[in-house]
Design a protein around this ligand. Structure first.
Ligand SMILES: [Zn+2]
Length: 400
């Protein structure tokens, strides 16, 4: 596991800029708790299960001179995290949340709500990926459930590792719709099963989508051939890059990272004879540095960060998506589609392998057909990633 060189960050702090509309108290953690100097005022540390966990307040931060560190070792089970003191939700409504972090491992981001009937509800909001060499940003949007009285949010460590956080921001969001809802169906990895099991269904429903392929896999047995890929393109599919070797990008040196980004683009462009502009990170893993490097080479980055894209939050460096995995029912996916229609959103769906009786990242042909039939019956355009971006940009609906 990479080590976070804390000494390198001591001098890097800049002045705290208060975020407009931030609902959180002491969000940059500058005020030290009266009773416990390993804590910041308004923040609590929590440990559940068996592990050696250390909670420390550090004398440097993303801004200002304070941040909070959770360090877990000898993990057997359970989770460790900081959270802000639960905040009263007045009037509910959609909120945006972001946090800056340094970490050498993964953390899961969850919201916890106290409900007006005394129960507790949890909401999965996403994952933060390792970023040991520089501060990264996790951003997510949450919709409190009906009847929620208070909310708190935490990045929880569920394994050995270190997570340092700073500059928490929770604001009320104003969702601004596009002038039409859109859906993009994306497939990662370009399995041959797509050609055999999914392509005929897309033809039946006169739809297409975007496929992100790993350039090393052109000749691999279970993946589509150049000939098959070209046939998909003739039917309107867009091809994007999914790196050279399906590497964990945050774990690479900057030289290795550039190779995964540039060489995959070069190889796919050579095989297909035209520019490749779209990228999806393998495993959905990125941090701020990886994201910036992706955008030096590609026009867009589809993540697997949970969410819908609307005019107020769309950014080409992080196109949010909803992933269908083996136990995701077609009705669930079509519920996301209805949410997109209701909010004037662009919904990007993520699929992998389309087979019978597969693992976690598979769906059956019957599942896919039910989704395509449901889309055909609804008032929503099914477009490629490129077509969605072209439409949005032609209408000047985004600023980046
Ligand atoms: Zn993949």
């Amino acid at each position: 596991m990479p080590v976070i060189n804390e000494a390198a960050f001591v001098a890097s702090s800049t002045a705290v800029q208060p975020a407009e509309g931030n609902l959180l108290f002491n969000p940059s953690l500058e005020m030290v708790d009266f009773d416990n100097d390993s804590l910041a005022t308004g923040w609590q540390s929590q440990k559940e299960g068996e592990s050696d966990t250390k909670f420390t307040r550090l004398n440097f931060g993303h801004t200002g001179s304070s941040s909070l560190k959770v360090e877990v070792s000898n993990h057997v089970d359970g989770v460790s995290y900081y959270q802000f003191t639960p905040l009263a939700i007045l009037g509910g409504g959609t909120c945006d949340y972001s946090v800056r972090y340094l970490s050498n491992t993964y953390s899961e981001v969850n919201a916890v709500y106290a409900m007006n009937d005394g129960s507790t509800e949890y909401q999965y909001l996403g994952v933060s990926y390792p970023s040991p060499n520089g501060w990264s940003t996790l951003t997510t949007r949450l919709v409190p459930p009906e009847g929620a009285v208070t909310v708190s949010i935490y990045n929880l460590l569920y394994n050995n590792g270190t997570l340092i956080t700073d500059d928490y921001v929770l604001t009320r969001a104003t969702v601004v719709p596009f002038d039409r809802p859109m859906v993009t169906i994306t497939f990662d990895d370009a399995f041959e099963s797509f050609y055999e099991n999914a392509f005929p269904l897309f033809q039946k429903y006169h739809m297409d989508g975007t496929i992100y392929l790993v350039s090393n896999d052109f000749k691999a047995p279970r993946f589509m051939s150049v000939k098959q890929i070209k046939e998909l393109e003739e039917h309107g599919f867009e091809i994007g890059s999914h790196s050279v070797s399906h590497a964990h990008l945050p774990a690479l040196s900057s030289k290795e990272l550039r190779y995964e980004l540039e060489e995959s683009k070069r190889v796919i462009e050579k095989k297909l004879g035209h520019p490749i502009e779209a990228f999806a990170a393998p495993y959905g893993e990125y941090n701020d540095f990886v994201q910036a490097e992706i955008m030096k080479v590609y026009d867009s980055h589809r993540s697997v960060d949970v969410g819908f894209n609307t005019k107020d939050n769309l950014t080409k460096k992080n196109i949010r998506a909803m992933s269908a995995v083996v136990d995701t029912e077609p009705e669930t996916v079509l519920g996301w589609v209805d949410t997109a229609i209701a909010n004037g959103a662009w919904l990007s769906l993520v699929y992998h392998d389309i087979v019978e009786d597969g693992g976690m990242f598979t769906n059956t042909p019957d599942h896919l057909e039910a989704v395509l039939a449901g889309l055909a019956a609804r008032d929503i355009d099914v477009v490629t990633n490129k077509e969605a971006l072209e439409y949005i940009e032609s209408k000047n609906l985004t600023t980046d």
